[in-house]
Design a protein around this ligand. Structure first.
Ligand SMILES: *[C@@H]1O[C@H](CO)[C@@H](O)[C@H](O)[C@H]1NC(C)=O
Ligand SMILES: *[C@@H]1O[C@H](CO)[C@@H](O)[C@H](O)[C@H]1NC(C)=O
Ligand SMILES: *[C@@H]1O[C@H](CO)[C@@H](O)[C@H](O)[C@H]1NC(C)=O
Ligand SMILES: *[C@@H]1O[C@H](CO)[C@@H](O)[C@H](O)[C@H]1NC(C)=O
Ligand SMILES: *[C@@H]1O[C@H](CO)[C@@H](O)[C@H](O)[C@H]1NC(C)=O
Ligand SMILES: *[C@@H]1O[C@H](CO)[C@@H](O)[C@H](O)[C@H]1NC(C)=O
Ligand SMILES: *[C@@H]1O[C@H](CO)[C@@H](O)[C@H](O)[C@H]1NC(C)=O
Ligand SMILES: *[C@@H]1O[C@H](CO)[C@@H](O)[C@H](O)[C@H]1NC(C)=O
Ligand SMILES: *[C@@H]1O[C@H](CO)[C@@H](O)[C@H](O)[C@H]1NC(C)=O
Ligand SMILES: *[C@@H]1O[C@H](CO)[C@@H](O)[C@H](O)[C@H]1NC(C)=O
Ligand SMILES: *[C@@H]1O[C@H](CO)[C@@H](O)[C@H](O)[C@H]1NC(C)=O
Ligand SMILES: *[C@@H]1O[C@H](CO)[C@@H](O)[C@H](O)[C@H]1NC(C)=O
Length: 510
């Protein structure tokens, strides 16, 4: 009757029991006073085939951990408290015989090749504290009978093919701390009853097909630390009640169809560490209350419809700030560089003005993407080492500094008509060969002139042009000179300033 495989297993099993009784304690096997096996901890035998039904005869086994073995099939172990068959090669459906293991507290069948639906008889294992069926090929709906498992602390059905709804009965699991349904095909609304699971610490429903709105009742989950609803079809607004979850550290709502503004009360989530709202349809301003989130380290708001200016302060110790692909305008506040950010991505917006020229010495941006904006002016002197830089498709002008053109290629600067430099696709900057002697010739009279004009006293000013003020001065030789005092930025970029040369020529002719 028994197949050869089955027979081998039986032999192996009895060998196992014999070894357990003989040398159990040295191998992590504990025995009760009567000498019978209560616990098989670290199996060293590679069992294959099915667990023989006779295993049930050893009714005092309370703990069977056969994980990482190639074990297929099932047994009937009445007084078992823990059944960990994770990461085996178990195939076929979950047998309804399991419902006879009424003392089970932990059932871990994760990482196998289990197919078929979750039997509703599992709802009879009312002592269960942990049910882990993740990483299998389970199909069908979640049986509403699971709502009877009121001792459950951890329920993990992630990475299966589970369909249809989250049964409202699950709201009765008021001891549940971890609810993981990641990566399934659940296509319902999020039931309001989830708001009754007030012990929840982690609620992971990401990568499903959930629809409708995020229920207001989610604000009852005061112990929630991680909420992941990303990659679903959720729409409507972000409920304000979410901003009352003061323990929340990880909030992911990205890749949905959420609309409306980011509630400004988000600044109340003082423990927030990661916030991902990217790829939604959120509009309105970037809330300035983000400045109050002193623990925030990762902020992704990219690919939304956010508009208006950038707030001058966001978060406390951001590692990544991604605001790309929005409708943000206004200029870049120089403060935005002054936190320990590693990545700043403001690409694909309508940001205008100059890139700030003054940076905090201790700032730390390694990756800077400002591409596809309306930035003007010259590339500032980034005094720290950048790992990635993208300034493409702006209206920047002037030279690409040598220290940048030696590190980055043309595609970091493309689409800026008036940039010049030592890179393919860019024209070289017009050179001004000034030797040392000339500099002395220029600087000495200039120093004198500064004195002659009484440090540019307004009395000596003979005109104010678009590029600076012109002063009259008498040199020691008696010659009259006109001196133009440039605004700081033009003086840094004298070489290219053709109009300045024209102006100087004209003035000297006058
Ligand atoms: C079962 O045994 C494996 C391998 O020794 C171990 O990694 C795992 O933590 C054990 N499970 C439990 C619940 O003790
Ligand atoms: C399980 O079986 C596969 C082949 O069927 C083998 O490659 C693997 O080493 C086995 N794992 C263990 C832990 O015995
Ligand atoms: C459960 O155990 C009872 C005896 O306690 C037995 O009669 C029944 O057949 C078992 N059910 C299954 C599905 O194995
Ligand atoms: C369930 O099992 C998987 C794989 O064995 C593991 O990664 C996961 O952390 C477990 N879930 C819970 C809630 O313990
Ligand atoms: C187990 O649960 C099923 C359905 O949930 C029920 O019909 C059955 O009577 C239960 N069996 C036991 C032994 O409690
Ligand atoms: C569960 O939540 C629903 C809807 O929020 C509520 O009407 C119901 O009274 C709650 N049930 C319990 C047992 O708290
Ligand atoms: C949240 O969901 C996203 C998308 O499914 C995933 O990449 C991320 O690792 C998840 N984070 C956590 C903490 O579960
Ligand atoms: C944030 O969400 C976007 C879009 O879903 C995703 O590409 C990105 O990896 C997420 N970031 C993190 C840190 O999870
Ligand atoms: C930051 O928090 C303080 C008090 O906690 C509050 O007075 C202030 O309005 C908040 N700032 C913003 C921009 O929300
Ligand atoms: C910035 O974001 C855009 C789109 O959101 C992306 O294509 C680009 O690769 C990001 N830049 C960097 C440096 O990661
Ligand atoms: C930014 O855009 C808003 C409309 O979204 C507009 O009212 C505002 O004037 C713009 N600000 C600047 C500085 O262009
Ligand atoms: C910079 O961004 C532009 C446009 O988004 C892209 O074509 C180019 O490849 C990017 N350059 C680098 C170095 O990533």
């Amino acid at each position: 009757m028994a197949s050869p495989v089955h027979f081998t297993t039986l032999v192996l099993f009895y060998v196992l029991i014999a070894v357990v009784v003989a040398i159990g304690p040295t191998l992590g096997i504990s025995c009760n006073e009567a000498g019978s096996v209560t616990r098989i901890d670290r199996p060293w035998l590679k069992l294959t085939g099915s667990i023989p039904p006779q295993i049930g005869a050893f009714s005092s086994i309370k703990y069977l951990n056969l994980s990482l073995n190639n074990l297929t099939g099932w047994g009937n172990l009445k007084s078992l408290k823990l059944l960990d068959l994770s990461h085996n090669q178990i195939t076929g459906p979950i047998p309804s015989t399991l419902c006879n293991l009424t003392n089970l507290k932990q059932l871990d069948l994760s990482g196998n090749q289990i197919i078929g639906p979750i039997p509703s008889t599992l709802g009879n294992l009312t002592n269960l504290e942990l049910l882990n069926l993740s990483r299998n090929q389970i199909t069908g709906p979640i049986p509403s009978a699971l709502g009877k498992l009121t001792n459950l602390k951890e329920l993990d059905l992630s990475f299966n093919q589970i369909t249809r709804a989250i049964p409202p009965t699950l709201g009765g699991l008021n001891n549940l701390e971890f609810l993981h349904f990641t990566s399934n095909k659940i296509s319902s609304f999020i039931p309001l009853e989830l708001g009754n699971m007030t012990s929840l610490v982690e609620l992971l429903l990401n990568e499903n097909k959930l629809k409708g709105s995020i229920p207001h009742e989610i604000g009852n989950l005061k112990n929630l630390v991680a909420l992941n609803l990303s990659n679903n079809n959720l729409n409507h607004r972000i409920p304000q009640s979410l901003t009352t979850l003061s323990k929340l550290s990880y909030l992911y709502l990205d890749s949905n169809f959420l609309q409306g503004p980011i509630p400004s009360e988000i600044g109340n989530l003082k423990n927030l560490f990661e916030l991902n709202l990217s790829k939604n349809k959120l509009n309105g301003l970037v809330p300035s209350s983000l400045a109050n989130l002193s623990r925030l380290s990762y902020l992704f708001l990219d690919s939304n419809l956010l508009k208006g200016p950038l707030p001058s302060q966001i978060g406390g110790c951001l590692q990544i700030l991604s605001l790309s692909n929005n409708h943000i305008n206004g200029s870049i506040p120089s403060e935005i560089f002054s936190y320990g950010r590693h990545t700043l991505n403001l690409s694909h917006n309508f940001i205008e003005g100059e890139i700030p020229h003054q940076f905090d010495s201790d700032n730390n941006i390694n990756i800077l993407d400002l591409s596809h904006n309306n930035l003007i002016g010259m590339i500032p002197d980034f005094s720290w080492r950048l790992e990635e830089l993208n300034l493409s498709y702006n209206s920047l002008e002037g030279p690409i500094p040598e220290y940048l053109s030696s590190q980055f290629s043309s595609d970091s600067f493309w689409g800026n008509k008036y940039l010049c430099g030592n890179l393919p696709d860019f024209s070289p900057c017009p050179s001004t060969p000034i030797n040392k002697l000339k500099i002395v010739e220029i600087i000495l009279p200039v120093l004198y002139i500064i004195e002659a004009t009484n440090d540019f006293d307004i009395r000596y000013c003979i005109g104010i042009g678009g590029y600076g003020s012109v002063y009259r001065a008498q040199l020691p030789s008696g010659k009259i000179a006109s001196l133009k005092k440039l605004h700081r930025r033009e003086s840094e970029f004298l070489a290219l300033n053709k109009s300045f040369k024209n102006e100087a020529k004209m003035l000297s002719e006058i």
